[in-house]
Each structure stands twice: as structure tokens, then as C-alpha cells.
Design a binder for this molecule. Structure first.
Ligand code: MIC
Ligand code: SF4
Length: 649
């Protein structure tokens, strides 16, 4: 039987378990990446695990999230990251160099290899035929120490593309179509593998846009084959020797195949407040916009920004619109400069932003109260922009640029003879790697610099015989990690858990942290109760570490998303799934809960069930814990840090 692309890469990398068996597998990781918002914790944990040197082929530490330096905290983080990288053998990318995923695609991603990144959009590199997976920082730390990356046996879904995109229809519309078909829930454990004749017309940056936003469906990864387009891109990046062909065999098997005819697609948008809320641009035509922001790891490539520049050439930004543009990398800016497009942007009246995440993570450019903001990023969760009342729509760069000029959402098909500016890949990109700092051969003499806000990572308590305490909060469906642990202006506390924990659930229940800390200090545990798809969105493990710090010992939910589930386990928090979803109604905030014998159930192996007792309502509630034996041991130890130390690794 033939193999698909995912199976071909797994065949070279599996170190534990057997793909196809349905059980967890462990794979060898060739490359790792971190960004500053997850990175400080990842390296603090790497240090706490006692490793002496990174063991992968390549480890990258990017600084792109917390680049706004108001007060010393972020700059202190940057210093720590640069010095810890030099000490342990990690390549450090300085702030201003660009966004981790765009930079990685340009300079390091390679077909057939594996990448584990402490960021949920790590699968962007799947556009290069790489098996790239997002994870919590501590999992990346373990992989840097030579450990395997563990994942559910991937269920590979084929997305077969036919035809080719019409003018004004973009890669963003392809992935929005995918989101419309698959939604943001229920895809845990799947990998999207793209194939079919239609992929031939998509270049690597377009493929990367599609692979990037697979994260919003909650899949483990998205991947394209490595073919002539991949070769062309690598050659243009001066890395042609890293190309190898990886395509699926003709008789490869998939758990399911869905087809998308590219020729039949039209411009799409994700309406507030979810990337899965997909509508046509035509249905929004005429809507007044206040702000247009172009950039983020989804749509900030040379191809995207040159297209925008061409649309803006000879035009002015509408007087009532604020247009901000953030290139994904210095390379993109250097290319635009080489072709005299930077002047076009300035003449049009755009605000040129730093090559960084910036607005996407809500740490700058928050829109005005009630404003409509059109963005090319990947997430429009309520409040993520920094303005709770803002309405954020996600669109392609093309649609964003048109709206910036007209002050309203434009459906291109309604303007006669509107010429589409087609942009091709250059034969060679500007290559200047001078903002990547290579580590010395031997880093032992390097002094790691720790500013005052860089605190050691907290360590969890081993699982007690009885978990007992109140339901500290009940929340509904699709609670994102932005809801649990806000980013934006709180980002600068990422290296100081005690301080960051004060903001857990801040937007839903501002008193949560205080109340939970009081319960913890009285010797009890806190329990979180949630609906479907708890922990959607980012990989930030702070959404588990900070609750752990506040004494949370169990999350009882209808379902939990993949990365967040792994993060809960890594920080010793029981992820309990309601066997009868209706039992959600039997768990109210303030109810006193007891969970006895959790360790016994975890040690039992097989399909694990744990009974939760609601003392207030005198009700027994059945839950299942869908973890591997390895994860069960981590939960009993009170988290991965304890577990690793106990194992003496
Ligand atoms: C995001 O897009 O939410 C982030 C910020 O990149 C996160 C990581 C983080 O919270 O640091 C992600 O996607 O994993
Ligand atoms: Fe940065 Fe936004 Fe991409 Fe996250 S989604 S890595 S914040 S650009």
C-alpha cells in the first residue's frame, strides 16, 4: 500500500509507537522554534530540566511578540533570551528581524523534516512540505533536550484542490473555505494534507497561508507535498540544495478526502468573533471600515505585500481609515525597497509598522470603541484586538487594500474592469541573515542574564489522594486561551507567573484570580467547568501554568482542544471530559467537588474513567480522561517538570 506525505515523513521519524495503531506516537524532532512570549518559560524550563546543550539539528529563538518596550520587562526578556540562546546552542533572531513563522519559512524550513514550535501557527512551515507542529513551551524544551514529541496517531485528511484561483481570490479564501467546511471544533488529532492538480498553481507563500490557518481548525498540522514550487522557492532563497521531492503515492490512503475547486471560490471573510464564522465578502460589501491592518504570520509575505503595494500605487488611503502595514520580515521590506514600493506605501498614507506580530496579538493598534477593523491575521476572538467592542473581520490582503482605499468593504466583482495585480515569486530574494545571532561552539562560559522580572517556573504538586474544592468558575463553549490568559498589554508578565496569574479569566470574571488564590491558600483546590472546545487558539502554556499557580487541579469540560489538553497534563491539571454532556448543568459555580482515587484510575491504563462527586448536589458525575500511560504518569507526578526530574533525565 502506498504512503501519503505525512506517513512518509513519519516513517523517518517515529521513535515510539506505531502510526496507524490508533495509540500515541513519539517522533524525533529535527528543528525547534520558540518566540519570546512562550520562549522565556520554555528556556527557563529547559534550564530547570538540567540539560547542558540543545540536541536538535537546529533550534531557533525568535523575538516578535513582545517588541513594544514600555518599561524594562520586555527588553529584559530579550536579553535573557539572547544570552540563554548563546549558552545552550540556539540561534537567536533579534527583534525587528520579523515574525517567527515567516522567517522560518524563508530561511530554515526544509521538506521532509520535523519542526516543533512553541506557537500554534508553527504548521505554517507545512507549506514547505515539513511536518510542523505547535506545542506548549515545556514540550519544546523537552524536545530541545533530545526528547520525542508525542502526538495522537495522526488521522490524515486529504484536501484535494482542483482548478486555479480567479483574480481577486487569494490563498486566504482557500483556508477560509476550509474553515467553513471543518469549523473550529472537532478536528483534534487530524492532519490536513493538501494534494490534487490545483496545488501546482499555488506558490510556497500561498501554501504557507493555508497551512498557517489550519491551526484555527484545531488540527495537529497541515502539509503540502514538496514539488517543483517548493524547489523554486528554496532556490530563490539560496537554499536549493535543501530541496527533496516528497509527494504522496498514487494509492496513498486517507481517513477522508474532501474536494475544493479553486476556480469556484470567491472572496471570503471571517466575521466577528471567530475565524470559523465565514461569510462572503459580497455579503459585507458597502460596510464602512475604520481600520485596516495588513500583516501577521498569515499574510505578510513578499507576495502579499507586493500585491497590496500594486493596489495602492497612485491611490490614497481613505480619509476615515487608518491603514497599518507590518511586513513579516526584513527580507520582505528589503525586497519592497529594492522595487521602490516603500515609497508607494508612504505616498498612499499607510502607517508602516514594525516587522513583528504587533497588532495581531493586541499589543498595539487597538481599534477605537465600536470600530470595524479589517485584518489579514488569523484570529478575531472577542477582545483580542485590545478593544472589547470592536468588530474584527478577517480578509485577504487584496480585500483589505481595496477597503483601505474606498473606506468600505468592496466586492471586486462589482467594479468593472478592476485589474488584478498578479504577483510572481522573484528568482532570487534579498538575503541578509545578519540579524540571526549564531551561538558559540561551546557556550559554557556564557553568562545568562536575568532581569528582575524573570522568575523561576513554578513546580506543581503531585496528585493528592483526593482533589477537593469548589467549582471556581463555569464557562461556556469555545473558550479560547485568550479568554483564559489575555495577551495584549498583559504580555510583559509572561516571565513572571505570580504576576501574570492575577489576570486569569480577567475578561470573564475579574475576581477569579483573587478568589482562586484564597481557596488555594486555605488548602483546597479549584475546579474549572467548561463547555465544548475549551482552550481553543494559541499554544500559550500560561493558560495552564497560571491556573496551576492559583491551585486549579482539574478542568471538567465537554471537550478540550489538543494543545491545551497537553498543556494541562504538563502542569498537573486533570483534563476530565464529561461522559454525559448533560452533566454540565449539574456543575454550578461554588458547588463543592470531590475527586477521590484519581491516581488509581490513572494507573489503571486502558480507557480511564474518573468519578467526580458533587457534594453540594449529592450527584455522581462520570468523566473520562483521554491520556496515554506517559501522560498519566505526568499527571500523577504533578506535571512534566516533576516527572522529568523524578525520571532523572
Ligand atoms: C497567538 O497567536 O495567540 C500567539 C500569541 O502567537 C500564541 C502564542 C502565545 O500566546 O504566546 C500562539 O498562537 O500559540
Ligand atoms: Fe504572531 Fe499573530 Fe502569528 Fe501569533 S498569530 S505568531 S501573534 S502574527
Amino acid at each position: 500500500m502506498g504512503l501519503n506525505v505525512v506517513e512518509k515523513i513519519l516513517a523517518d521519524h517515529v521513535v515510539e509507537g506505531t502510526p496507524g495503531s490508533g495509540a500515541e506516537i513519539g517522533i524525533r524532532i529535527d528543528q525547534t522554534l520558540t518566540q519570546d512570549a512562550t520562549g522565556t518559560m520554555a528556556y527557563l524550563q529547559f534550564e530547570a530540566m538540567g540539560f547542558d546543550r540543545v540536541k536538535n539539528e537546529l533550534a531557533l529563538s525568535y523575538v516578535d511578540h513582545n517588541t513594544v518596550q514600555i518599561g524594562p520587562e520586555n527588553a529584559d526578556d530579550h536579553r535573557y533570551l539572547q544570552s540563554v540562546a548563546a549558552r545552550y546552542g540556539v540561534v537567536f533572531s533579534k527583534p525587528g528581524n520579523g515574525i517567527c513563522h515567516q522567517l522560518h519559512l524563508e530561511r530554515f524550513a526544509a521538506p521532509g523534516r520535523t519542526l516543533l514550535g512553541a506557537d500554534s501557527h508553527t504548521p505554517t512551515a507545512g507549506g514547505m512540505g515539513m511536518l510542523a507542529v505547535g506545542a506548549g513551551g515545556i514540550d519544546v524544551a523537552a524536545a530541545m533536550g533530545g526528547g520525542a514529541c508525542y502526538m495522537a496517531d495522526p488521522q490524515v485528511v486529504k484536501i484535494e484542490l482542483t482548478g486555479s484561483l480567479k483574480p481577486w481570490v487569494s490563498a486566504k479564501d482557500v483556508v477560509l473555505k476550509v474553515l467553513e467546511m471543518f469549523s473550529t471544533t472537532g478536528n483534534v488529532g487530524s492532519v490536513f494534507e493538501y494534494g490534487g492538480k490545483g496545488i501546482k498553481s499555488l506558490d510556497v507563500p500561498q501554501r504557507a497561508t493555508i497551512a498557517n490557518m489550519g491551526a484555527e481548525c484545531g488540527v495537529t498540522s497541515s502539509i503540502f507535498p514538496s514539488d517543483a514550487q517548493t524547489k523554486k522557492f528554496l532556490e530563490a532563497q539560496g537554499r536549493g540544495e535543501q530541496w527533496c521531492e516528497i509527494v504522496a503515492d498514487a494509492d496513498a490512503q486517507y481517513v477522508k478526502t474532501v474536494k475544493i475547486d479553486l476556480s469556484g471560490l470567491e472572496p471570503l471573510a471571517a466575521a466577528p468573533h471567530s475565524p470559523g464564522n465565514v461569510v462572503t465578502v459580497a455579503s459585507l460589501a458597502g460596510m464602512k471600515v475604520d481600520q485596516v491592518l495588513i500583516g501577521s504570520c498569515t499574510n505578510s509575505s513578499y507576495r502579499d505585500l507586493k500585491t497590496v503595494c500594486k493596489i495602492l500605487t497612485g491611490r490614497k488611503v481613505h480619509q476615515d481609515v487608518e491603514l497599518g502595514i507590518a511586513a513579516g520580515s526584513r527580507q520582505v521590506m528589503l525586497m519592497l525597497d529594492r522595487e521602490k514600493y516603500v515609497g508607494v506605501l508612504l505616498e498612499a498614507g499607510a502607517r508602516l509598522l514594525e516587522n513583528a506580530c504587533g497588532f495581531c496579538i493586541g499589543n498595539s493598534l487597538s481599534p477605537a470603541t465600536d470600530a470595524v477593523s479589517l485584518r489579514t491575521s488569523n484570529r478575531n476572538f472577542e477582545g483580542r484586538s485590545g478593544t472589547l467592542s470592536a468588530r474584527v473581520y478577517i480578509v485577504s490582503p487584496e480585500i483589505a487594500a481595496l477597503a483601505a482605499v474606498h473606506g468600505r468593504i468592496i466586492d471586486p466583482s462589482m467594479i468593472q474592469d478592476l485589474e488584478y495585480p498578479k504577483t510572481r515569486l522573484p528568482l532570487s530574494f534579498e538575503i541578509d541573515d545578519s540579524m540571526f545571532v549564531r551561538p558559540p561552539e561551546d557556550g559554557k562560559a556564557v553568562q545568562v542574564v536575568r532581569g528582575p522580572s524573570i522568575m523561576p517556573p513554578p513546580v506543581g504538586e503531585p496528585l493528592p489522594p483526593v482533589v477537593a474544592g469548589p467549582v471556581a468558575i463555569t464557562v461556556g463553549d469555545k473558550i479560547t486561551t485568550d479568554d483564559i490568559m489575555p495577551a495584549g498589554q498583559r504580555l510583559k508578565y509572561r516571565s513572571n507567573i505570580g504576576q501574570y496569574a492575577e489576570f486569569v479569566f480577567e475578561r470573564i470574571d475579574p475576581d477569579f484570580a483573587k478568589r482562586a488564590a484564597t481557596t488555594r491558600d486555605s488548602g483546597h483546590h479549584n475546579i474549572i467547568v467548561a463547555g465544548e472546545s475549551y482552550g481553543q487558539g494559541s499554544s500559550r502554556e500560561h493558560a495552564a501554568i497560571c491556573p496551576m499557580y492559583l491551585g486549579v487541579k482539574a478542568v471538567i469540560a465537554k471537550s478540550i482542544e489538543r494543545i491545551h489538553m497537553a498543556n494541562l497534563v504538563n502542569f498537573g491539571i486533570l483534563p476530565l471530559i464529561l461522559v454525559k454532556k448533560g452533566d454540565y448543568e449539574n456543575l454550578m459555580a461554588g458547588d463543592e467537588i470531590e475527586i477521590p482515587k484519581a491516581s488509581e484510575a490513572l494507573m489503571g491504563g486502558g480507557k480511564r474513567e474518573i468519578t467526580v462527586f458533587n457534594k453540594t448536589r449529592q450527584k455522581e458525575i462520570r468523566t473520562s480522561v483521554d491520556v496515554s500511560d506517559r501522560q498519566a504518569a505526568i499527571l500523577i507526578a504533578g506535571g512534566l517538570l516533576n516527572h522529568t526530574r523524578q525520571a532523572g533525565k
